[in-house]
Design a protein around this ligand. Sequence first.
Ligand code: FAD
Ligand code: SIN
Length: 533
Amino acid sequence: MNKTDILVIGGGVAGLSFAIWMAEKRRDLHITVLTKTHTGESNTRYAQGGVAAVWDENVDDYQKHIADTLDAGDGLCDEDVVRMVVEEGPKRVEEIIQWGARFDKKSDGKYDLGREGGHSENRILHFKDITGWEIQRTLNEKVKEYDNVTILEHYFAINIITQHHLGRLTTRLSPDIECYGAYALNKESNMIETFVSRVTILATGGAGQVYKSTTNPVIASGDGIAMMYRAKGRVANMEFIQFHPTSLFNPAGENPSFLISEAVRGFGGVLRTTDGKEFMHKYDDRKSLAPRDIVARAIDNEMKLRGDEYVFLDCTHLDKEGFINHFPNIYEKCLSIGIDPLKDFIPVVPACHYTCGGILVDEMGRTSIHHLYAAGECTSSGLHGANRLASNSLLEGLVYGERMSIDIAKVIDSIPIQENIPAWDAEGTTEPREMVLLTQSLKELKEIMSSYVGIVRTDVRLKRAQDRLYLLYEETEQLYNTTTLSPQMCELRNLITIAYLITRCAQMRKESRGLHYNTDHPEQFDYKQNTLL
Ligand code: FAD
Ligand code: SIN
């Protein structure tokens, strides 16, 4: 049994920034961070556009950033949360700059602020087009300064531990579920280890891998959200899956799909159909820079009308040096598949990008389960509502990382460690004989979600998805109960739960709002959050 004061599951922007702020506040506490692969791999690492924050107060102010966030969120954001994140965000960004994060500057020494869809001002701090890589690098370096933080890589968290594991009944309505830590598979020894802690944090990121085409790396299998749901905790708003309008259309197929940052449209890139015509003016006055739900739906519609597999992003009119300077990674990637963005149109297609719903948290990152906190993309905090505003996600991870550390510093001394946790029971299980059962089920799952629960939904498609998902669920549970655990098995099981949650929430929302568009319910009327009991 591993004992630690604070167990953090996840080493992206939310998990690691928390660990650093916490370790700084309380040098007497021991913090253990688990990551399922290595610490360099996370959604954070792939972020391109940057971090949105009110920076140049001569032209921008908090009220504008708040208004843009509320507008993108289409009536479902929690305005207090939006205000809090927008107002605290710049201070958190200043702190990571002090920790060593670099953001591009102009020749006058001021930050080069980018623009993305739905933003009324240039307010996005970025490092070339690899901002996430720079932030992950900074956090990985900074955390090494704290000898009270231990990072354990290649530890796959399977379940959080609650009273259920002590043989007591818990239901979704139990008001007093407590978390005592987590079971995790040590991928090197293949043993399942028990971690007990006073406080546990879920910072496990999103779930993009539930769709066939996604910008998310393969680690994004919604593990934290699925663990929370299994533990009978509150999860909300899962129907709001953000499709990024412009992932690179690569006929060779790749997982993840390569992102062409929205900042490219902020720099002047224009969307066109395959016959070279502009179309975004038909959908929104902001044209190619409208919020993502609108642009992705417009592209989807144009592709369906024309029977095309992609639309074009036209950058041929843009300043060559400026483009290469701002987007060196995108430029190189396009060249590598034979497209010169400054001479050829770039073929792009929407791909699953961000999970707006997730574990329900309050303003300090507290979940419905005692001693369990959550932050980052795995949460539903109220910031994003029905559609996240571009580049608000890294900001959210930083703000909640710091807020959790404040709250936990106050309460942790009164929380005991539970010593009497049973070891993981693997009795009666045998080695899986056919991995193909897992890989084929994963393919089927992605097919179901992409065909029936994509950008445009109908009641019949959602029902069909639920029926198919149930079969997959039954088959996978049977395998889970009889075979020894592997990361592939756990991920498949978690993704089936995620697919169920997305589809169920989509069925519950009898209207179209933000990222959820159902042609059987095109109107807006229901301004409620969807909390799953
Ligand atoms: P992640 O960074 O995904 O970290 C998750 C961590 O949890 C990882 O360390 C992983 O190993 C660990 N983990 C997961 N499951 C387990 C498990 N079972 N056991 C142990 N460990 C586990 N947002 C912006 O604000 N600006 C941008 O420009 C931007 N660009 C993006 C570009 C791309 C291509 C993508 C994919 C996303 C982008 N986003 C952007 C979104 C943003 O990057 C993410 O929402 C954010 O980084 C999520 O951070 P996180 O800490 O919540 O999770
Ligand atoms: C992008 O660079 O287009 C992604 C930004 C984001 O997802 O916030």
